[in-house]
Design a protein around this ligand. Structure first.
Ligand code: ADP
Ligand code: MG
Length: 269
């Protein structure tokens, strides 16, 4: 248990660091994103202006000057530029959105951003999260729900939604082709249990302990940040609950979350 405490300390300090970094990144990301939008509008106007000038040249009917303009356009590869600028801008926008998602996850480590403490039905939370994740899931998996009636849970619903989102996205990403994701909920009296099962790739035994470490990912660069599970672990711990994983390679994976009905978040501040 000594090493477990050390591990938790380590995760907590990494978390704090990550949250601080996220906060710093947020601001410049804000103007990068907004400037990209403005840039796209400006370049549209410049292209319009170019088109207008070429129309004028046509109308003026001076073939020699028209030819020189055309040669200049070819020399500077303006046609290629026009296509590529569109690609560059949309790629940059996508990159900026990806950074925004990472920052969002990193900020989950801190309490700065958290919404209200509330009493909620986790079945509703799951449905809300499912609708948010619908786009990521619908081409990968059919979702089967097996909800039991649940007592209201005192918790930070926003944070738990983030946990559900991370688990659902991971489940969808683990599936090659088309699969099934099962979500079941149970009332255990003083606790509730939520199971999310997929029939995806499964997790090799040697990775099972690592998946909760910040920045552990088996996904290609750009697809995985390795933050989802560690942030989920943090959030469930903060709520006085537990998260367990059972997995078999080639068969699939089940994440089981248990949460106390009377949350400890409120007394903890
Ligand atoms: P990321 O999804 O960005 O890689 P996570 O922290 O969400 O980071 O997950 C860490 C790793 O745990 C994943 O890269 C993957 O190897 C493994 N993992 C998590 N959930 C599943 C799952 N449902 N099926 C298979 N592997 C999983
Ligand atoms: Mg993930």
């Amino acid at each position: 248990s000594q090493s477990q405490i050390l591990q938790q300390e380590k995760m907590a300090s990494i978390g704090q660091l990550a949250a601080g970094v996220a906060h710093e990144i947020n601001n410049p990301m804000g103007f990068i994103t907004s400037n990209l939008g403005t840039l796209a509008r400006y370049q549209q106007k410049l292209f319009e202006y170019q088109q207008t000038l070429e129309n004028f040249l046509d109308e003026a009917g001076n073939e020699a000057i028209k030819q020189r303009a055309f040669e200049q356009r070819k020399k500077l590869k303006i046609d290629y530029l026009r296509d590529d600028i569109d690609d560059l801008l949309s790629e940059s926008k996508e990159g900026a959105e990806r950074v925004r998602d990472i920052v969002q996850n990193l900020k989950g480590f801190s309490r700065v951003d958290q919404a209200e403490y509330a009493n909620v039905d986790l079945n509703d939370c799951l449905d809300k999260t499912l609708s948010i994740a619908a786009n990521e899931i619908k081409y990968k998996a059919q979702v089967e729900k097996d909800y039991g009636a649940l007592p209201l849970i005192s918790c930070f619903p926003q944070q738990l939604n983030q946990v559900f989102l991370n688990l659902l996205v991971n489940a969808a990403q683990a599936i090659e082709g088309k699969g099934v994701i099962c979500i079941s909920t149970h009332d255990l009296g003083e606790w509730v249990q939520i199971d999310i099962t997929d029939n995806g790739s499964g997790i090799p035994a040697e990775n099972l302990e690592k998946i909760f470490e910040p920045f552990f990912t088996t996904k290609e660069v750009g697809k995985g940040t390795g933050l989802g599970m560690s942030i989920s672990y943090e959030i469930i711990q903060k709520h006085g609950g537990d998260i367990q994983v059972a997995s078999e390679v080639g068969q699939g994976t089940t994440f089981s979350i248990t949460l106390p009905v009377i949350g400890k978040g409120e007394s903890n501040g």
